[in-house]
Ligand binder design. Structure first.
Ligand code: ADE
Length: 237
């Protein structure tokens, strides 16, 4: 998978060199390229923002450097035929595990990381005219820019790219994969500071363990995320 990250703070993406995603890069499974938006400015001060039309607080990112940056990426000889351009934004649709699974199938994702009060909306319109575009929000809170949101999305997407996670089975039994929160996990020792591992997990009875885990998933989901419960489970709540 190829990733293009456009930002005025390239240093955020040094995080892609560590841990699982760092290994995926070394293995050639993920090819990420960071582009400094200021390299696409044409004035002496490398200006990327200006005051908003219509007034209001804050600054808006000017469209020209964004246009040049996206052109350079999308028209590049090594660009995929139909990349998805992602604008992380609190005004976007909510990013979910289902969207992560969808995007993990793509050949190329371009993350356009805005700062300040956002990017001039014509950049989104123009990108929509060129291909597939998604405005994606991490959640109902406001970050200072799209970089941290992009990193979170890239981690969620990247670990679903075949070969990135060593044991693909570990991807199945996780929160959100089956629509529920995951069950609690335990390892050795069997007793720690007076807390015991639930005895069923030591029983060796695989059927009983599976039933217990399912019940734990339902109980947790019912308690903290009832919005995730399927209607038939909600009825029993
Ligand atoms: N940029 C600022 N806040 C954001 C959020 N909640 N999700 C995605 N991008 C953002």
């Amino acid at each position: 998978m190829r990733l293009d990250l456009v930002t005025i703070f390239p240093a955020f993406f040094e995080a892609l060199d560590v841990s699982l995603l760092g290994k995926a890069r070394q293995k050639g499974l993920i090819d990420s390229r960071v582009h400094d938006l200021r390299d696409f400015t044409t004035d002496r001060h490398r200006t990327v923002d200006d005051t908003p039309y219509g007034g209001g607080a804050g600054m808006v990112m000017r469209p020209e450097p964004w246009g040049l940056a996206l052109d350079a990426i999308l028209d590049g000889d090594d660009s995929a035929s139909d990349p998805v351009v992602i604008f992380p934004s609190p005004a976007g649709e909510r990013f979910t595990q289902a969207i992560a699974r969808e995007l993990a199938q793509e050949q190329q994702l371009v993350f356009a990381c805005g700062r300040y009060e956002g990017i001039d909306h014509r950049v989104v319109e123009h990108a929509e005219g060129r291909g597939r575009v998604r405005l994606l929000s991490l959640g109902d809170y406001v970050l200072n820019g799209g970089e941290v949101a992009s990193l979170a999305m890239i981690e969620a997407i990247g670990r679903l790219v075949p070969g990135v996670v060593g044991n693909p089975e570990s991807l199945i039994e996780e929160s959100h994969e089956d629509g529920l929160l995951e069950y609690p996990s335990y390892t050795k020792p069997a007793e720690w500071r007076g807390h015991e591992v639930p005895p069923v997990l030591l029983s060796g009875n695989h059927g009983a363990i599976a039933a217990w885990r399912r019940e734990q998933q339902l109980e947790r989901t019912r308690r903290v995320r009832p919005d995730l419960l399927p209607p038939e489970e909600l009825a029993g709540a």
